[in-house]
Each structure stands twice: as C-alpha cells, then as structure tokens.
Write a protein that binds this ligand. Sequence first.
Ligand SMILES: [Zn+2]
Length: 122
Amino acid sequence: MKKLTCHCGAIEAKVSVSEKGFEKVMRCNCSICKRKGYIIGVVGENDFKIIKGEEYLSLYQFKTKTALHYFCKICGIHTHNRPRINPKIYGINIACVEGIKPFEIKDVPVNDGENHPLDQKK
Ligand SMILES: [Zn+2]
C-alpha cells in the first residue's frame, strides 16, 4: 500500500501497489492523456481509496462521458481516472504516488486510446 497525494496535499489516497511499483503501466495517446503526458498505473477496483480531501476532487468528462477524469480543484493535478474501457478500475497518475520515480521507468507501452476499441465500427 502506498500513499498518493496531489501537489498541494489537499487530496490523499491509498493505492494497493507493491514495493517494486505498478505491475501494469502505460502511456495513452488519446486526446486527454496525450495532453497530460503522464504515465498511468492500472489497478483494480478495490486497489484505490480516497482517504482525505474528496471534496477537493473535480471531475472532468467529455464525449461519451464514460471515463471519469479526476483532478484537484486547488492545484490542478490529475490524480486518477476511471477508464472508458472499464470504469470500475482505476488509472493512477503514478507521479503522485510516494516512492515512485516515473522518469526511471523505461519502455512504457503506449495504449492506442486515439483509436479506442469502443469507437471502432464493425
Ligand atoms: Zn491539490
């Protein structure tokens, strides 16, 4: 279990992640993730819990409004999302998690969110 904080510290959460870090990380080239430029750590629906400052979380949604993108109202830092592909799970901004050094992670796979599977017409 590791602590997640936004930049100003108004928001705190606990993330279930091992000492070695996130098992699944990715970048994403969708319209919002490419603008944020962050590395996403994927965790399950029971692996993330806000413990402080829920009232400072702001929600951003667009297009199909399925995915939930959360950020701190005070410092603007994106903390986590609930992705469109499975809104039960969480995509964590790994740079917000204590002890994680995002610039030391090499070869992060890129999720092709620009061509999202739910946008493909059969
Ligand atoms: Zn903040």
